[in-house]
Design a protein around this ligand. Structure first.
Ligand SMILES: *Cc1c(COP(=O)(O)O)cnc(C)c1O
Length: 404
């Protein structure tokens, strides 16, 4: 007897989507569920098993196991497959989940630069002036080893991007960028990069697939830190890389298996649970962020506000073209590090803590971190707007600013 269990995107995960496309607000609720069977569960099981019943093998062949048959939990787990089915559906590709956002980012960079045999080094990476500090550290490490040449440009400036693309292998775009809230034109960069044969990867953690879908805009790979808005409760680390290209998808799955950067089944289940409410959480947080950004601009202690939802923000036009909303993240500058630290410490409704995208609103001065880019102003505070009442958030924050 042989017991077969299909691989990551096998048939046991029924996509409930009828052929007519539905709104993403519906898909976020319906995608990645088990097939509708009488007496069957609505939610996927949490499969806690490291090994699986073996398939039949031909004893005369050197190796006969079909790659789609799962035998060990570092290769695939049903609970990942459910989450991957949902995230792939939302972003328009095939998803691979990882143990963290950084694991997804590392695998994506590694695959883009080094897959397919010996390559001449250094490999050329074009990226922005600032990005998530963990990504920046990884790029710096590749540079220090002589494996990559890192070309930093203003990704919102098409001429700078075009000049840097000569000989490039990978363009790394964070959109909107962390923590400056710069908004690059993903379609224009993808066109220009593909013309020189470079791969385009977009970290769309701040946007989420409900606001921007880079693959639809022409990018090759989208990554998210699912630790943030996708899971939404500041209680689980997870990352995901999505691509529409089957060879890249297979390469990322191979990277995950060999690096061992695998998420736990319970964590995958938690992210899928959080994902169900993404649309309502984002709508609430974004509505509050829009109000807060407008009010912050008029506060006498504030020297600058960056929020792509403000009509005169440098990222507004591009956001309107490529996204369905500005999201929940705001960058606020005051007149220096001391004032910014005082504001963050004085808040009582906002929590002074790092990270973002949870139900609770967070505030933090980014330059307190050693790894933060020197292009980030010392008095810049990153605000992650959560789900509290907007008037309580405003009273707390404006009070903290008044006192600072
Ligand atoms: C948090 C974050 C990451 C890293 O994700 P982890 O899940 O913490 O590893 C990457 N990119 C962006 C934009 C982030 O905000």
């Amino acid at each position: 007897m042989s017991i077969h269990r299909s691989g990551g995107h096998g048939d046991w995960i029924a996509c409930l989507m009828p052929s007519s496309p539905m709104h993403h607000a519906t898909r976020v609720v319906a995608a990645g569920r088990p097939p509708r069977t009488i007496g069957g569960p609505l939610n996927p099981p949490i499969t806690l098993s490291t090994t699986f019943h073996a398939a039949d093998a031909d004893p005369d062949a050197d190796w006969t196991l079909d790659a789609t048959v799962v035998d060990y939990a570092r290769t695939d787990v049903d609970t990942w497959a459910a989450l991957e089915s949902a995230l792939g559906d939302l972003d328009g590709g095939h998803a691979t989940v990882f143990a963290s956002g950084m694991a997804a980012i590392t695998a994506t960079i590694d695959h883009a630069l080094f897959a397919g045999g010996p390559v001449a080094m250094p490999r050329v990476i074009v990226t922005g002036n600032a990005e998530y500090s963990g990504t920046a550290a990884r790029l710096a490490e590749l540079g220090a080893r002589g494996w990559a040449e890192i070309r930093r440009v203003d990704l919102t400036d098409g001429e700078q991007v075009a000049a840097a693309l000569v000989g490039a292998h990978l363009v790394w775009v964070e959109c909107p960028s962390n923590p400056l809230l710069d908004v690059a034109d993903v379609a224009a960069i993808s066109d220009a990069a593909h013309a020189v044969g470079a791969v385009v990867a977009v970290d769309a953690t701040f946007a989420t697939p409900l606001r921007m879908r880079p693959i639809e805009l022409g990018a090759d790979v989208t990554v998210h830190s699912a630790t943030k808005m996708l899971s939404g409760h500041s209680d689980v680390l997870m990352g995901v890389a999505i691509t529409a290209d089957p060879a890249t998808h297979e390469g990322l799955r191979r990277r995950r298996r060999s690096d061992g950067a695998v998420p736990g089944p319970f964590e995958a289940w938690l992210v899928l649970r959080g994902l169900r409410t993404l649309d309502v959480r984002l709508e609430r947080a974004e509505g509050s962020a829009t109000i807060l950004a407008q009010r912050l601009r008029t506060h006498p202690r504030v020297t600058r506000v960056r929020y792509p939802g403000l009509i005169d923000d440098p990222g507004h036009a591009t956001t309107t073209r490529q996204s369905s909303g500005p999201g929940n993240m705001i960058a606020v500058e005051v007149d220096g590090a001391v004032t910014a630290e005082r504001v963050a410490d004085a808040c009582r409704v906002w929590t002074h803590a790092t990270s973002l995208g949870g139900v609770e609103s967070l505030i933090e001065r980014r330059r307190r971190h050693r790894g933060e880019s020197a292009t980030v102003p010392k008095g810049l505070m990153r605000l992650s707007v959560g789900l509290e009442h907007v008037e309580d958030l405003w009273a707390d924050l404006s009070g903290a600013l008044d006192q600072a």
